[in-house]
Design a protein around this ligand. Structure first.
Ligand code: NDP
Length: 243
């Protein structure tokens, strides 16, 4: 399983949950080299193979090289988790600039497209692959819209959801399942993009009256990757406490 942006946060939790299910794991990072290396060592202690690879998912050459690295290390890829993502900024419409949107689209949309292209090329059964699963980490913001905070971020996740729907259909008859997970208010560094205390402020408004953990998101991801979800494609699991 290759997890993008897995040095910390939800991606790290997915890597841990995957290792617990005996997956060998590739931990992608851009800046978090130390935490990624520490996580890989932790997972290797449990008896699985785990290693790290640096790549900016928005950079096509780096993505291509990352998958070539996976080929060299493992010779096969069963699961891609498109987890890497950024908020892009924080603020209402008036704060939007073309420059911030360009970087946001590049990381949150182009990145998952490039990684899906490389993964599907290796997985598809009509080209000698063994089949596989792609899981896109979207956001409930794709549905709620993120008003006054980050409509652009929500829009990028809306694009990711459309990609999930379309690729699920395009790849259904070549053994590749494509699904989405929409986290809600999850404790991670992600909220550092917003004014301090966002999680504490918003938690009481969640139907379950609490935020969620990265591990709770990871559970849904690992289930979608599993054989138990063999007839599930083009689906979305909300991990939102009812939001
Ligand atoms: P964090 O901010 O804690 O982590 C973001 C991760 O993305 C880091 O591992 C970071 O890597 C990686 N990343 C960012 N840009 C790139 C890039 N260009 N190439 C490769 N990796 C990159 O956030 P979360 O763990 O919370 O977020 C993970 C995903 O979950 C994101 O897609 C986010 O949109 C989504 N999400 C999160 C929610 C939440 O409440 N936390 C709610 C809904 C969705 P590095 O550290 O190496 O820079």
């Amino acid at each position: 399983m290759l997890v993008t942006g897995a040095g910390r946060g939800i991606g790290a939790a997915v890597a841990r949950a995957a290792a617990a299910q005996r997956y060998n794991v590739v931990i992608n990072y851009t800046n978090s080299r130390g935490p990624a290396d520490t996580l890989a060592a932790e997972l290797r202690e449990t008896g699985v193979r785990a290693y790290t690879v640096r790549a900016d998912v928005a950079d096509e050459a780096e993505v291509v090289e990352m998958f070539a690295d996976v080929d060299r290390q493992f010779g096969r890829l069963d699961v891609l988790v498109n987890n890497a993502g950024i908020a892009g900024g924080y603020g209402p419409l008036a704060t939007v600039t073309a420059e911030m949107l360009a970087r946001l689209w590049a990381v949150n949309i182009t990145g998952p497209f490039l990684c899906a292209r490389e993964a599907a090329a290796r997985m598809r059964t009509d080209e000698g692959g063994l089949g596989g699963s792609i899981i896109n980490i979207s956001s409930k913001a794709a549905v709620l819209g993120g008003p006054n905070e980050w409509v652009y971020y929500a829009a990028s996740k809306g694009a990711l959801d459309t990609m999930t729907t379309g690729l699920a259909k395009e790849l259904a008859n070549v053994g590749v399942r494509v699904n989405g997970v929409r986290p809600g208010l999850i404790e991670s560094d992600f909220h550092l993009h917003a004014p301090p205390g966002r999680v504490e402020r918003m938690a009481p408004g969640i139907p379950m009256e609490r935020s969620g953990s990265a591990a709770e998101v990871a559970g849904a991801v690992v289930w979608l990757a599993s054989a138990e979800a063999s007839y599930v494609t083009g689906a979305f699991i909300d991990v939102t406490g009812g939001r």
